[in-house]
Design a protein around this ligand. Structure first.
Ligand code: NAP
Ligand code: 8YV
Length: 316
């Protein structure tokens, strides 16, 4: 049996598979996880966590014999992979199995903004339809130019899902890819040329607030911002102010700077659609993510290798 420290939750299926091979120590059931680790940390070989909770540096320091960290989620900006690597700890994540779901969430948010889904639902529920007649017209999702910020695995899935809408896809990332879409090396220039921008980069220092005031104003009063990446990618205060004064048209957001806290000023706006970070949150996709999270741990316990290391640990 291996010894596993679990940060955050796990589904019953994951728990059953893990408990067959590991003694699982759940941080959520400890009065003081740090104190527990100070006493028992040396026995821990494995950590299961998620993209939100990551692994606190003081936890990592308290587990000198740690071998692998398995992250339930593709984004791992809350895990210090450099520190892990230096300790010989391999970090794994769950790429690809969630591409289609997160892409659906992005397209759903775009459609909800364009077609005023929330306003029109409220129009029916409130009785305005009967009282006032038809609701105001909306905008067509067809034939738009959409700029994808971060054309990686999920970005490509978004581009694929938009194809039937006659979308012209363009993109910005640090390097150009071998794809049939126009590349912009400058984000503000891309924002100026598109109708809608969809953010799907990783979080972390290199993307911190790269969607700034200049980019938001380049997107403009007729522009739509969709963020399914991380809240840190967008300057939230600037976005709220731009949405309030109409310098930015609409926003569809799955992620927020200090989630689950969402500023009251943002919640009060009618030109936004807000989701509680559910990009991958379907039974089917979470089952696939859970399976890969567990498979990585079981394989490492069995033969010291993993299935899906983060790029920084790919050669370990
Ligand atoms: P990926 O395949 O690694 O793609 C990331 C893309 O972002 C790449 O095209 C990369 O290209 C670009 N990029 C990275 N740093 C950048 C920077 N500083 N400036 C501009 N572009 C940059 O990752 P993925 O699997 O598609 O996942 C992307 C992210 O989506 C995750 O890390 C996570 O944060 C987020 N996500 C959110 C949810 C949700 O529930 N809302 C679910 C899953 C994932 P270059 O290297 O050329 O820059
Ligand atoms: C999950 C995500 O919400 O994979 C990611 O990066 O943001 C989402 O799929 C999360 O990681 C699960 O904890």
């Amino acid at each position: 049996m291996g010894e596993l420290f679990m940060i955050g939750g796990a589904t019953p299926v994951m728990m059953d598979r893990l408990q067959a091979k590991f003694t699982v120590h759940k941080a959520s059931e400890m009065a003081d996880p740090h104190a527990w680790l100070a006493e028992h940390g040396a026995s821990i070989g494995y950590v299961a966590t998620n993209g939100h909770d990551g692994v606190r540096p003081e936890y990592m320091a308290a587990m000198p014999n740690l071998k692998a960290i398995s992250c339930y989620g593709v984004g791992y900006d809350a895990i210090d992979t450099k520190a892990a690597r230096e300790k010989g700890v391999v970090v794994t994540h769950t790429p690809n199995v969630l591409n289609a779901e997160v892409a659906t969430t992005a397209v759903m948010l775009m459609m909800a903004c364009y077609r005023e889904l929330l306003r029109d639902d409220a129009w029916v529920r409130s009785g305005e339809w009967e009282a006032k007649g038809n609701s105001p017209l909306t905008r067509s999702v067809d034939n738009q130019t959409v700029g994808i910020l971060g054309l990686g695995r999920i970005g490509q899935a978004i581009a694929d899902k938009l194809a039937p809408f006659g979308t012209t896809v363009v993109y910005h990332s640090r390097s150009a890819k071998e794809v049939p879409y126009k590349y912009y090396d400058n984000l503000a220039r891309m924002a100026r040329d598109v109708d809608c921008m969809i953010c799907i980069t990783p979080g972390g220092p290199s993307t911190n607030k790269i969607v700034n005031r200049e980019v938001l104003e380049a997107l403009g009063p007729n522009g739509t911002l969709i963020n399914v990446s991380r809240g840190s990618v967008v300057d939230e205060a600037e976005m709220i102010s731009a949405l309030q004064d109409g310098r930015l048209g609409w926003a569809g957001l799955d992620v927020f700077e200090a989630e689950p806290h969402v500023p009251e000023a943002l919640r009060a706006l009618s030109n936004v659609v807000l989701l509680p970070h559910v990009g991958s949150a379907t039974h089917e996709t979470r089952a696939a993510m859970g399976a890969l999270t567990v498979d990585n741990l079981l394989q490492h316990l069995e033969d010291g290798t993993v299935i899906s290391p983060v790029p920084e640990c790919a050669d370990m």
